[in-house]
Ligand binder design. Structure first.
Ligand SMILES: NC(=O)C1=CN([C@@H]2O[C@H](COP(=O)(O)OP(=O)(O)OC[C@H]3O[C@@H](n4cnc5c(N)ncnc54)[C@H](OP(=O)(O)O)[C@@H]3O)[C@@H](O)[C@H]2O)C=CC1
Length: 412
């Protein structure tokens, strides 16, 4: 890290400490929530969406070059901004740029978009984002799109992108300003074990109480890989002692997951971003639940199952939990205890690729398809993207209404 960026980080840390102190001081005195300016609507939305989609078509297959040009323009004259990103920019860079491009699609569902942007705004406080950064991203985004659309670029495209971006930035900044939570939480690992070669189950205690809903995820940053925040779901319903549980599989070349599984242990510290995600469980609902988890995608599913069983013990819940080998079906003893305690809970462990497994074997989507009907169920899915997409297709074939199917956004 350069001296300039480490000075910058120290200033940010100071800024956050002052902000936190101020919010703690004000908490007792406050009589009404902070009202930050938030846009009340977006009248040009439909026309802008069509223009944005048309503008992306003029870019075609040069998406990689647009990403490169976006960062070149962002850092040009503002080298200190590089310090907000991890050393290996690629994955995080794509994520930021894809989120910007994703705006065009997300405009179809405004309430959902606003909820997501508000979460994103609160989440961005951990990066130390300031209002001036939003302007820099705005210029770089439009500059990169304009450059690569070349002759196909039209002034209306630019105006549509700017209006959509300004709307998104205003929602994010108002959520950021209204938040009284810390920008990130310091966590300490208080339990860590590896039920399988590359899987770790760990418990984390935070310095300040961490409030979330069953089914949500957070982002974790480890000291060995600064500024690379990775998403992990909380694996239990909120607990009275405030301890959080995470399930992590070390993936090839995954620096953060490898550190969490193989290098860290009890006493190691990490940082957590605010809770995110809307695949949460409504415990006022009455539909029976079908929950399907693949691998460590079990984490949010277990939280949802626990939340329902403890608040609505009579509501039928069926958890189908699949892994390739029997030994990868970690957490089974805890799930079996729940099944014993709550007659409404049915546990179906599946070893998809283990001929010696005594229970069901084979592909999860086929298994789900052959055991329906599920159209009366509320369905929760979590696991590898290919699995979630395959299950989505099966469920839609089985006439399960889309509003009854819940999962985090998954990449194509
Ligand atoms: N750790 C966490 O907190 C969370 C993790 N996740 C995600 O969950 C995933 C867990 O990965 P991992 O533990 O490595 O799981 P695995 O890749 O080992 O897969 C687990 C199960 O899913 C099945 N599966 C995988 N891909 C497909 C597919 N395309 N079609 C049908 N079945 C499929 C596998 O069966 P088969 O043998 O048939 O391939 C296997 O039984 C990651 O993508 C992670 O991002 C999601 C939410 C939270």
């Amino acid at each position: 890290m350069t001296d300039a960026s480490s000075d910058y980080e120290q200033l940010l840390a100071l800024h956050h400490a002052m902000q936190l102190r101020r919010s703690l001081r004000e908490e007792g005195r406050r009589t009404a929530p902070v009202t930050a300016r938030r846009p009340t609507g977006y009248p040009e939305r439909e026309g802008d969406q069509a223009l944005m989609v048309a503008s992306l078509e003029t870019i075609g297959s040069s998406a990689d070059e647009v990403v490169r040009s976006f960062y070149a323009q962002l850092f040009l004259g503002r080298p200190y901004l590089r310090g907000l990103f991890p050393a290996g920019l690629r994955a995080d860079g794509d994520r930021l740029f894809n989120a910007l491009i994703g705006l065009a699609e997300a405009l179809s569902d405004l309430p959902r978009l606003v909820e997501w942007l508000e979460q994103l705004g609160r989440d961005h406080r951990k990066y130390g984002i300031r209002p001036a950064h939003y302007d820099a991203v705005r210029q770089a985004l439009v500059g990169a799109l304009r450059e690569h659309a070349a002759a196909g670029w039209r002034p209306e495209y630019e105006q549509a992108w700017l209006r959509a971006y300004d709307f998104a930035a205003a929602v994010m900044q108002s959520a950021e300003a209204a938040s009284t939570d810390p920008p990130y939480w310091q966590g300490t690992i208080v339990a860590h074990h590896r039920p399988y070669l590359d899987i770790a189950v760990m418990k984390v205690r935070t310095d300040v109480a961490y409030r979330y809903r069953a089914g949500q995820y957070t982002t974790i940053e480890v000291p060995a890989v600064p500024r690379a925040w990775r998403p992990y779901s909380m694996a239990t319903a909120p607990r009275p002692d405030g301890v959080l549980e995470f399930h992590v599989r070390a993936i090839d070349l995954g620096q953060v997951s490898t550190a969490l599984v193989h290098d860290m242990g009890v006493g190691s510290t990490l940082r957590l971003g605010p809770p995110m995600g809307s695949a949460v469980i409504e415990t006022t609902g009455e539909r029976p639940l079908l929950v399907v988890a693949g691998g460590t995608g079990l984490a949010p599913c277990r939280a949802i199952v626990e939340q329902v069983l403890t608040t609505q013990p009579g509501r039928p819940v069926r958890l189908v939990f699949g892994a390739r080998q029997t030994q990868e079906l970690y957490n089974l003893p805890i799930l079996a205890q729940l099944a014993e305690r709550y007659p409404a809970f049915t546990l179906v462990p599946v070893a998809t690729d283990d001929p010696d497994f005594p229970g069901p074997r084979g592909a999860l989507p086929e298994l789900v398809a052959s055991t329906g009907p599920w159209h009366q169920h509320e369905v929760y899915l979590s696991g590898p993207p290919g699995l979630v997409h395959a299950l989505d297709r099966v469920l839609s074939r089985l006439q399960v209404p889309p509003e009854q199917i819940h999962h985090d956004p998954v990449p194509d």
